[in-house]
Design a protein around this ligand. Sequence first.
Ligand SMILES: [Fe+2]
Length: 279
Amino acid sequence: MFETFAAEVEPFDLASLDDSGIEAIKQLVYEQKLVVFRGQELADEEYIAFARRLGRPEPYFQEHYHHPDHPEIFVSSNVPVNGQKVGVAGTGRFWHSDYSFMEEPLSMTMIRPVVLPEGKRGTCFIDMELAYRELPEHLRQAVEGRRSLHDARNYYKVQPGDVDRAIIELVEEFHALSPGVWQPMVLTHPVSGEKALFVSRGFTLDVEGMRHEEAQALLTELFDRIERPERVYVHDWAKGDLLMWDNRSLIHRAAEQAPGQKSCSYRISLYDGLPFDAA
Ligand SMILES: [Fe+2]
């Protein structure tokens, strides 16, 4: 599908897979980084059951993102159900790797669109192993063996209950819940042994052992290089798609969507039981 990553799998019955089939799917994700299963019309229970066979699904740390009946499902939606807001609208419109701001980042993420807007809606991806391989020497030296700060504070989404509250209170409350974490700037994949650059414009805010200006200049140079348009793969969602990707080797963001369109997707993220970084 794309020069360096992404594979497409024709419709088949995911629920009928035996253990070796499940293992084969995980290996395909590690190898291809992004796999799109076509024609999957799963009930919520089937979707969760499939995730549980792959690993340990992790409910998002902020409950207002949860599906009302299934906390494992993270709901990105602007479609009310029975007049009630469900999940959060317009999530992930910036480059990131899921949960990189947590001590234990999520190994894999799955997304299935539930309500498809008219026009395009999809997810964009960048191969961070390729980004690492293409680093010029001065940048490779700058990131190797160094850590950077991942923090989600810039993307705290104001909730209806936040009305009349001071920004500083919201920031402090969010910081207590999610203080950010220092992560290696280069990861080693536990299955392939490949090295990947592990930074993103959304969540990487600082670099260890550098003055503020120096750190920001390095990060900007890295992000501008990583995000070159020819390195971005956009998957436009189709009905029945189930996307599954490796958070160790890809960063992603939600693609732009026409304003005013209804859109809803269900995400499940999971731990695959392997170390996030095998270095
Ligand atoms: Fe995400």
